[in-house]
Ligand binder design. Structure first.
Ligand code: SAH
Ligand code: MG
Length: 198
């Protein structure tokens, strides 16, 4: 049983602690995709405290498995506790480590890949995502507009590297002939790439 009360507590605590969980409009957009696709296997890169993974668990069929990767051990431990409390630990499988190292060890077969971790690694995540995703699957990336910085001509030094990587990601998903991509101005910017490997 999905424990709505615990779920809301996790959301509230994450917001209080400035953990960058997916925004409400981002979630609604992804929920629509989940309804349409009815996935059996989801891969998430960037678990944080398990909020988005729990959202995916809530909005998918009983047998859908969500594999999710988190580099920060403390956060991963909290996520494991949270998915227990929320009652979705049978669907959510948390892997602790750097996704750059873990992704190459995974086998293909995902219907949806959700990228929501280090912006400087988005290109690597995309390459692995394409390898791991099923034909006609969907690769979703969060934060691709990064508070508008990605569309701005002038950015502070602090943001410049991330902006460069995110622009590179947008270029790659737009130019790849096997992907059909929409960039949506929901939340912090969402890239939705439909995969057709033929
Ligand atoms: N998807 C979550 C939020 C993720 S925040 C939600 O919406 O609820 C991004 C997370 O990615 C952080 O917790 C950060 O520790 C993790 N992360 C950053 N780089 C990573 C990497 N290389 N591999 C795995 N996790 C990473
Ligand atoms: Mg995000």
């Amino acid at each position: 049983m999905f424990n709505e009360e615990e779920f809301l507590k996790v959301k509230e605590k994450a917001l209080e602690n400035h953990i960058p969980i997916i925004m409400d409009d981002t979630l609604s957009t992804i929920e629509k995709i989940l309804k349409e696709k009815n996935p059996n296997k989801i891969l998430e890169i960037g678990t944080a405290v398990g909020y988005s993974a729990s959202c995916f668990a809530k909005n998918t069929n009983e047998s859908c498995i969500i594999d999710t990767i988190e580099i920060d051990e403390e956060r991963a431990k909290e996520a494991i506790e949270n998915i227990e409390k929320i009652g979705v630990s049978d669907k959510v499988n948390i892997m602790i480590g750097n996704a750059v190292d873990i992704l190459p060890t995974l086998n293909p077969g995902y219907d949806i890949v959700f990228i929501d971790a280090a912006k400087s690694k988005y290109s690597i995540f995309l390459e692995e995502g394409i390898r791991l995703i099923n034909d006609s699957g969907i690769i979703i990336a969060d934060n691709v507009l990064y508070k508008g910085y990605v569309m701005s001509d002038y950015n502070k030094h602090k943001q410049r590297t991330a902006v460069r990587h995110l622009r590179e990601y947008i270029k790659e998903v737009t130019e790849n002939p096997n992907l059909k991509t929409d960039i949506l101005e929901v939340g912090d910017g969402l890239a939705i790439s439909k995969v057709s490997k033929k």
